[in-house]
Structures are given as C-alpha cells and as structure tokens.
Ligand binder design. Structure first.
Ligand code: ADP
Length: 715
C-alpha cells in the first residue's frame, strides 16, 4: 500500500499534469482530451485510495489512543507502586499506588529527589541500588519508604532501566511492593524461633530431635548432660548404641511409625554415664509434615528420680499408716469388747490380736520369779498347752521381754540374733512378738503371739506400739478384775454380816414384842391408862424396829445372789408392780398408766419389779389429800441408753433433798404423817447400780415428782 505522503505526491503530480494539458490543449485537443480523462480517472482512483487510507489512519490512531489509555490505567491503578526516576534520581512520575505509598500528591513528588521519600537508615542503600541499575540495567533491594505523616514501612524496590530515547540521560521504572505483612510474619517467625530455642535449650527435660533417617538433628543441653555427647552421633549400621541403652530406640521406632509413646519409668543402672541410679520417664512425639509424612521425631526424657523417691516414700508411709490404722481399729475393737467376765474378754482380745498379727497363737502369762504360768490362751489350731501350764521362764521367749522390759518382735527367729536362745529349742516358734504387762508399775507377766512359721511381714514400730497398748489394756482389765473380785469379796462379807446381824436382831425384837404383848394381856386391866399407853408405845416401837430390820435385810439382799440378766419387758414389770400394790392404789383412789410404749431391757426381772414397786408405791403414798394420785410411766430410747420415768402429781420434794433421799434411812417425814423406814429409795439406787445405770429426781414441791432411771443399752 502507498503511504499517504506518496499518494499526496502522486495526486500533486496528476494535478500538475492536468494543468499542463490544459495549457497545451489547442495542439492536440483529442489526445489531450483522452489523456485528461485518463488522468482524471486516475485522480479519482487516487482520491478514493486516499480517503480509504485516511479512514484506516484514523482508525489506527483511535486504537493507539485506546491502548495508550489502557496502559495509563494499568500504570495508574496497579496495586504496585510505580515510580519513573530520572538519571538525577528525581521522581519524574508516580502512579496512584506510588503516591498513596508516599502519602503525597503527584505535585509534591514530581521533580523531587526520590531520596527524600526513603527512610534515613537506608538512603545509602538507595544510592547503591541505582548505581546497580545504571550499570547492570536492573536491581532489587529491600528499603523502607518514608510516607508523609506515617511511620516508615518496608518495600521491595525493583528497578529496570528503560530503553533510550530520553534525551541525554536515562530513566528507570522502579516498582515498590509493600512487604509490611511479610516482614511482620518474618519477625513473628524469628521471635517464635528464638523462643523455641530458649525453651529447647533451657528445658530441664532432655530433648533430642531425630529425622526420618534416624539421624539426631538437635539435642539440647539437658540431653547432652544426661546421656553424653555420644548420644548425639548418627547411627552406624542402623544402630544407636546409646539410644538402645537408654531405652530411646523403641521410642524412636514408635515415633517414626507415627505413634506417640510414653514409656514407664526406666531405671538407669549405676554404671550408666551419670554413674548413679536414676529413674527416667521417656516420651516420643512424631512431628507430622503437611503430607502426613513423619519428617522428625521428638524424643524426651524426664529425670523422675526425685518423684520416684517421694512416691516410694509415700507408698511406704501409706502402708505404715494403713497398718497403724489397722492397729488402732483392732485396739478399739478390743476396747469395745462387751463388758463381761474378764477371762472371756481377755480370750476375745487374744483372738483379735493374733488374727491381726497373722500369727497362730496368743497368750497371757503370769510371771512370778522364774515361774511362767499360761493364764489365758488362744490358738488357731489345737495346741498342747492349756491354761495353767507352767514353764521355767528361762526356757520361754518371754524371758527376752522380761530381760528387755519392752516389746520383743521378731518376724524370722532363726535369722535373728537370738537364734541360739534355749526357747527356740524348747518351743520352735519362728515368729514371736511379746510385751510386758504391768499392774500398778509392777511386772505382772506378758502378752505374746507366735507362729511355727516366719511372719508373713516384718514387724515395725506400729506393731510394737500396738503390743504396748494391748499390754496396757490387758493390765487395766486384769487390775479391774482384781479390784472387782476384792470388792465382791468384801461386799459379800459385808452383806453376810448385815444379813446375819439383821436376822439375829429380829429374835430379841420378837422377844421384846411378845413379852410386851404378854404384859398387856396379863396385866393390862391392872394398869392405869398411862402404863397401857407405854406398853402400846413399846409394842409399836418393837414393830417399827422389826420393819426396819426387815427392810435392812431386804436392802442387803439386793444383788446378793447374782440373778440372771435377761431381756425384761418393762411394761410387764410395771404390771407386776401394780398388781403387788393393788390395794394401796385402790385405797388411795390412784391411777397408774403407761404413756407410750416401754422398751425391753437387759436386767434382773425380780429386782426391776422391786424398783418399780418402790417408786410407784412412793408416788401413791406421797400424794396430796386434795388430789388423788396420778402416776404416769414413760420411756425414751436414746442411742446408748433407755431412760424410764415415773412421774406423779404428789407433794413433791424440795431441791435440797434431791441427792440425800437415796441414802439409807433418809426420810423427810415423821412416821405419823407418812409411814416408812427410809430404805425404799436406797434399795432403788442399789438395784440401778447393779444394772450399771443411774437414777435422779426432778421435782417441785406441791406439783409432783419425776424419778428418771437410765439403763445402758448394752447391759
Ligand atoms: P420411805 O420409806 O420413807 O418412803 P424412801 O427411801 O422410799 O423411804 O423415801 C425417802 C424419802 O423420800 C421419803 O421419806 C419421802 O420424803 C421422799 N419421797 C420418796 N418418794 C417420794 C415421792 N414420790 N414424792 C414425794 N416425796 C417422796
């Protein structure tokens, strides 16, 4: 295609040709005419071509403008900052992002040295950057831009030298990418790396990181200190001599297989690198890569020797405590043995003791001089010894107890320092524990347990203390028993005396009263009124005296012959007492009732009837003339006892007499007002004492009286 300039040249030539033809027209008109037509035609063709070309040109220009606008848009709105820099390092142009980065308008940037917009600390770097651009054609640097009113921020500055055509100098296009976020992430990474390092290095745990090829990659100080430098060496022939020895090889295998593992404590022998026995706890944690591979395994060893020591000490202490608890439990069981005859109690205690100590025999011995007597005996199986068997003390195990005056406890006799003692030849016990029994500071004998086989466990301080306490308890029981027996003996003697005395007193009394009666019968009519009165007084005195003696006799009889203790229904007791008092109740127009229910208690039935009879009898007797007696009997059951109450609406008792009325011959009234001997309540008190109970009174004169009796539930 012809260019526009060519076409215009050709059109000009044609026009000139037409003009020339016109000038020459007269000479060859026809020829000229033809040529003119031809020329005109060409002219038209050219004109047409020119127009077409014009149009094309126009279109091309339009396209160029569009492209140029697009490039401008790309330049301006790119998310990357663009700066055109000239050879004086001044900013020629900057796109919108670039302006935004610098926080300035184009007017404040254009023509200014780029250096002004760079943080001071990296201005030197900027110079170096452009020196490189100039010489090599491109450069890339990390710099800090300094925006207006904002703190500097990091960018990657990439510059390329632009093609020539910029006059004398050169220009370059610098792109700036904001890397604040990347920088922050890098910093965070760095910090976390520093932190990890610090933790890793300073950790008291021994840590090693091993890669997928079983090669140790990192070992912290504790690891090296614990297992030595050799443990950080790579395996040879697939084996880690140190890891194998410290039990880490299995941890590693598990870790490489993707499993976390926690090894129970391992015991590093004294010949280990640390030269002492240690307890170690091992862990392995696989580190998973993104594609679920195991690039590394973390091995951790924790020295738990101290913890283990404490654990062991604690276990020992717990066992000791448990045994102490058991000792106490058995002792309290022994202390709570039901009150009863001492021999039974002691036999039960021996039973409990030998079971508790897991030994087959138990005995209480009496030692007098060199005489050793078996007093109480308990055995798992029949043994030849019987109570009353006598030994020579020197041939018994207890000789050692007496010698040492303290507990002797030996779990395995033949291994003890006393293996050659004659007692072993005599009795052959393999395990023995014995303690001295003292009564009032004097050695009485021993309590001891033994077996023909060694004890299943060693005896400890707890067992020794158990024996001491048991011996004290046995001492107390024996002492109490001795006191009780002494007391019983002296009581029996006293009662015997009272019985005989009162019994013997009655015959002279009967003699007095029969002679007084005889006197009255024979000489009554011969005597004056005064003398007859005197005879009547003497007779009354003798009768009263006899009643006193009878009551005293009854008082001395209470508990004399041990009556059987049996369950007794108190309601029946009340009925029987009321039956005995029937006429008294009727005469007094009285009313006796049971309020609620009465319990069954353990006691001597006949004594309990006597007790209730005395109390109900008094309640009827000591009533007010204007108020017929009303007697209510009730009971309250408490956890440890039953309390029985006899309440009346009679004359009442003044507070000052509440304690004294239970004494023998204690009366508050003269016989002419209320009959009586003053022994009734003393008998009640004696019966209650026999039942290990207590009796007390509550009363208000003129309102009534309540007698309360407490009976222990175990008796
Ligand atoms: P007595 O033979 O005199 O009745 P007791 O020993 O039975 O002897 O009683 C002692 C004293 O207690 C009585 O003399 C009486 O004064 C007083 N007493 C006993 N029971 C009652 C009662 N229920 N109400 C008022 N006083 C009483």
């Amino acid at each position: 295609m012809k260019t526009k300039v060519q076409l215009e040249g050709e059109i000009g030539a044609l026009k000139r040709e037409v003009d020339a033809l016109r000038l020459r027209a007269p000479d060859g008109m026809a020829d000229s005419q033809r040529r003119m037509t031809e020329t005109l035609h060409n002219l038209q063709v050219h004109q047409e071509e020119l127009r077409a070309q014009n149009e094309e040109l126009h279109q091309a220009q339009g396209n160029i403008e569009k492209v140029s606008a697009r490039y401008r848009d790309l330049f301006e709105y790119s998310p990357v900052g663009y700066f055109i820099i000239d050879d004086k390092l001044a900013v020629v142009d900057a796109n919108i992002t670039g302006m935004g980065m610098l926080g300035r308008t184009k007017g404040r940037i254009a023509g200014k040295p780029f250096l002004l917009f760079i943080d001071k600390k990296c201005r030197y770097d900027l110079d170096a950057h452009y020196v490189t651009v100039r010489s090599v054609g491109r450069a890339s640097s990390e710099l800090w831009l300094l925006p207006d009113q904002r703190p500097p921020f990091p960018v990657i500055l990439e510059s390329v030298r632009l093609g020539d055509g910029w006059g004398d100098g050169w220009r370059c296009l610098s792109t700036a990418i904001d890397i604040t976020d990347r920088k922050r992430a890098e910093l965070a990474l760095q910090e976390s790396e520093t932190r990890f390092r610090a933790i890793f290095e300073q950790s008291p745990l021994a840590i090693q990181i091993v890669d997928a090829e079983s090669v140790p990659r990192m070992s912290n100080r504790s690891w090296v200190k614990l297992w030595g430098r050799a443990s950080t060496a790579p395996p040879t022939d697939g084996r880690h001599p140190v890891l194998d020895r410290i039990g880490a090889a299995s941890l590693l295998q598990e870790g490489l297989a993707g499993r976390s593992l926690e090894l129970p404590a391992i015991h590093v022998a004294a010949d280990g690198e640390r030269g002492e026995s240690r307890w170690m706890h091992g862990y392995a944690y696989p580190i998973r890569g993104q594609d679920d591979t195991i690039p590394e395994v973390v091995l951790v060893h924790e020295d738990i020797t101290e913890r283990k020591r404490i654990e062991l000490a604690l276990t020992e202490q717990t066992a000791l405590l448990r045994r102490q608890y058991e000792n106490l439990r058995v002792l309290s069981e022994i202390a709570a043995l039901p009150s009863g005859p001492a021999p039974q109690k002691l036999a039960d205690a021996l039973d409990l003791g030998r079971r508790h100590l897991a030994l087959s025999t138990g005995m209480i011995s009496r030692i007098e001089g060199n005489r050793f007597t078996v007093e109480h005996y308990s055995a798992a199986e029949d043994m030849a010894w019987a109570e009353g068997t006598v030994f020579d003390l020197a041939s018994t195990y207890c000789a050692l107890v007496i010698e040492q005056d303290d507990v002797v406890a030996i779990a395995h006799w033949t291994r003890s320092p006393y293996a050659d003692h004659p007692c072993y030849r005599a009795h052959g016990l393999e395990s023995y524990v014995g303690a001295p029994i003292r009564i009032r500071g004097k050695t009485y004998g021993t309590v001891n347990f033994g077996s023909a086989t060694p004890s299943p466990r060693d005896f400890d301080d707890g067992d020794r203390e158990f024996m001491r306490l048991l011996a004290r308890w046995i001492g107390a029981v024996l002492e109490e028993d001795a006191i009780r027996r002494d007391l019983a003996r002296s009581n029996a003697e006293l009662e015997q005396f009272a019985y005989i005395a009162s019994h013997d007193l009655r015959s002279p009394l009967r003699q007095v009263s029969s002679y007084v009666s005889l006197l009255d019968r024979r000489y009554g009519d011969k005597l004056d009124a005064d003398a007859r009165d005197f005879i009547a007084f003497a007779h009354d005195g003798a009768v009263r005296m006899d009643q006193l003696v009878v009551d005293l006799l009854e008082f001395s009889r209470v508990g004399r012959n041990a009556k059987p203790v049996e369950p007794v229904a108190l309601s029946e007791v009340v009925h029987e007492a009321c039956a005995n008092l029937h006429s008294n109740i009727i005469d007094a127009n009285g009313k006796v009732s049971i309020v609620g229910t009465l319990p069954v208690i353990n006691g001597a039935a006949s004594d309990l009837v006597r007790l209730l009879q005395n109390l109900i009898g008094n309640a009827i007797k000591y009533s007010l003339p204007e108020r017929p007696p009303v007697v209510n009997i009730s009971a309250v059951t408490r956890p440890m006892s039953n309390v029985l109450t006899v309440r009346d609406n009679g004359i009442g008792i003044e507070q000052i007499y509440h304690d004294t009325i239970f004494g023998v011959f204690k009366r508050l009234h003269t016989p002419d007002k209320y009959e009586g001997t003053g022994i009734g309540l003393a008998i009640c008190k004696k019966i209650i004492d026999q039942h290990n109970g207590r009796i007390w009174v509550e009363s208000k004169p003129g309102e009534g009286t309540a007698f309360h009796m407490e009976f222990p539930r175990s008796s």
